[in-house]
Design a protein around this ligand. Sequence first.
Ligand code: PMV
Length: 334
Amino acid sequence: MTDQNHSLKAVRVVAPPNIALIKYWGKADVQRNHPAVGSLSVTLDGLHTETHLSASSSDQFILNGKPAPAMAARAFAFADAMYAACGEGPRPSMAIQTDNNFPTAAGLASSASGFAALTLALDAAFGWSLGADDLAQWACRGSGSAPRSLLGGFVRLDLAQDAERIALSPVASAQDWPLHLVVAVTSLAQKKTGSTEGMTRSRGTSPYYDQWLATHAADLDAAQHAIAARDFAALAEVTEHSCLKMHAVMFASRPPLIYWNAASVAAIDAVRQMQAEGLQACFTMDAGPQVKVLCTAECADTVADRLARVTGVDTVLRARVGVGARVLDVAVSG
Ligand code: PMV
């Protein structure tokens, strides 16, 4: 162990994934990873990434108990950039061990929880004590959806007016509106096209991309008003609209980005049937075939039972709106 490693504390942090109700798709600045559109999400309780970071004689990265070279390269490139800006001298080598209690890279926001956790872990391990705004900027460098996992409840992310920074704001807490989220997992395969590549393709080739940008602000405002009024029907309408509009942009990209499978369609059909029966539930999907269903606490058991019976649904995961990422413990390592 080098001398510098003595300044590195062993830390354990936990970060939840978040699911966007109003979606982010498209980058304003690829270099800084700034989003072209704002987004509004719910942070989840029950699913999480737990990351341990400690001093080591060489860089090591273990994801879900196994070496993961592609993710290791991404994580250490991020650690290098953050250390170059916030640390002093050469970056000490470190061991990063990260575990997800839900499927990784399958459209379940593991990059959001993963980079929120890594940002907090690096800050705590090196004792930088960055403010919330700086942590959000760094998390965004790792993954555009990651800053939202730093906060709990309903969270809005915008590009600041000067387009130099992102702005993260809490919209409502988990206690304010304790909704549930049920995930119909329809495939555990890792996604074929990552979100950065997909967003670049949509910007370059989808005839609907400009309309996506032009109509986005109204969706964000509608969702924010619906949350303030605890108006589930209004939130459901704009949530499904934002999801379907994003997927329309994806479908019309060249080559097309089709993240859906047959079971995704069947699960959406089941949600529409439940809505027709009066249940307060609505669906959304990201860059993967899982269907995420936001619903009231009263109907969460029914939603979970019904989704579990849909042909092609592999498993059903349950979560509630919850709190944001946090440091669990910090100890002197070595
Ligand atoms: O943070 P990224 O680069 O994985 O992008 C996330 C994109 C979507 O999940 C499709 C939408 C969103 O806002 O989370």
